[in-house]
Ligand binder design. Structure first.
Ligand code: NAP
Ligand code: GLV
Length: 326
């Protein structure tokens, strides 16, 4: 029997599965544990199931003297000090694939909302009522179909975003760390260096992980390359965009609109973004459907059960730690 600490309220079936495997499980009934609560409990714990908003740094990992696995409830692992985990022999797992289509849907929901000014229109209708059909309404938007989509980071989610673009008869450009020749052929995608993608696209959707290379990938210079009529969608990680520069570009009218699911200093949202009517904001809900969150929980539970049984877990991020004691 091992001790498993879950930092968030969790679906009962996921907790039941851990207990059925013979483990002692601690999880809050509501909300999430604070960092202090996690630090206090860690010395007794063999497995940690955590959120991407938990900062799993060296201090925290070192407190887990018995810790063998950290299962992150998300695909991005930028919240975890991977090299410290590897040094300490702690397996880190994530939840790829199961959230890909759900996150791409949200990216598209944001894109459509910004293009057709859905949030502004809804807000105005509630505040002022429906004044009756007019030919030139205050919420004239832009077409999505047939225009140019630029996907930055053509991985699992980026590809799912690009596929949807084809359904809207769009020309789809992409920029990624490496060329994807098979996808280019299959979907008719066109590779572009980042600067060219930015200057040619009507919609730019960011789908990269957060790494030292992608931090502020989109800053003042890149925003200036975008078309004045373009819309920027960020479903990657907040710090991929220089938020200060984005607010300045939107204020100056250098960009038509932005739609953001992620923020540079979550859970803080730049006050400038809150003031702008042409910005659509969602609180990091890319993967937030009931079915997908359940699948993510299942993957984390499977990873923990595997490691505690001495088996290589699915979705091991730091392969170097396996087999343990190697
Ligand atoms: P993935 O399959 O690993 O795709 C990431 C892609 O980004 C890869 O194609 C990679 O290129 C590319 N890339 C990496 N560094 C780059 C760089 N410097 N410049 C250009 N492209 C670069 O990951 P995924 O499953 O699609 O997830 C991507 C990210 O989305 C996650 O890491 C997470 O941060 C974010 N996400 C957000 C939400 C949300 O709720 N908003 C939900 C899920 C995920 P290569 O193929 O050449 O390596
Ligand atoms: C969500 O942001 C994730 O990385 O899964």
């Amino acid at each position: 029997m091992a001790n498993v600490l879950v930092t968030t309220e969790m679906f009962p079936e996921a907790l039941a599965r851990l207990r059925a495997a013979g483990h002692q499980v601690q999880a809050p009934e509501k909300g999430r544990l604070s960092r202090e609560q996690v630090l206090r409990r860690l010395p007794e714990v063999e497995a940690l199931i955590c959120l991407l908003s938990d900062r799993v740094d060296e201090e925290l990992l070192a407190r887990g003297r018995r810790l063998r696995v950290v299962a992150n409830l998300g695909v991005g692992v930028d919240n975890i000090d991977l090299s410290a985990a590897t040094r300490l022999g702690i397996a880190v797992t994530n939840t790829p694939e199961v959230l890909t289509e759900t996150t791409a849907d949200l990216g598209w929901a944001l894109l459509m909302a910004a293009a057709r000014r859905i949030v502004e229109a809804d807000r105005d209708l509630r505040a002022h009522g429906f004044p009756g059909w007019t030919f030139i309404p205050p919420h004239l938007g832009v077409d999505v179909w047939g225009r140019t989509l630029g996907v930055v980071g053509l991985g699992r989610i980026g590809t799912a975003v690009a596929r949807r673009g084809k359904g809207f008869q769009m020309r789809v450009l992409y920029h990624s760390r490496s060329r994807k020749l098979e996808l280019e052929r299959e979907l008719g995608l066109e590779f572009r260096p980042l600067d060219e993608l930015l200057s040619e696209s009507d919609f730019v959707v960011l789908c990269t992980p957060l790494t030292p290379e992608t931090h502020h990938l989109i800053g003042a210079r890149e925003l200036a390359l975008m078309r004045r009529e373009a819309i920027l969608v960020n479903i990657a990680r907040g710090p991929v965009v220089d938020e200060e520069a984005l607010v300045a570009a939107l204020r100056a009218g250098e960009l038509r609109a932005a739609a953001l699911d992620v923020f540079e200093r979550e859970p803080e949202v730049h006050p400038g973004l809150l003031e702008l009517p042409n910005v659509v904001l969602t609180p990091h809900i890319g993967s937030a459907t009931g079915a997908t969150r359940r699948r993510m929980a299942e993957l984390a539970v499977e990873a923990v059960i595997s490691v505690l049984a001495g088996e290589k877990p699915p979705n091991l991020v730091n392969e170097e730690v396996w087999p343990p004691g190697n």
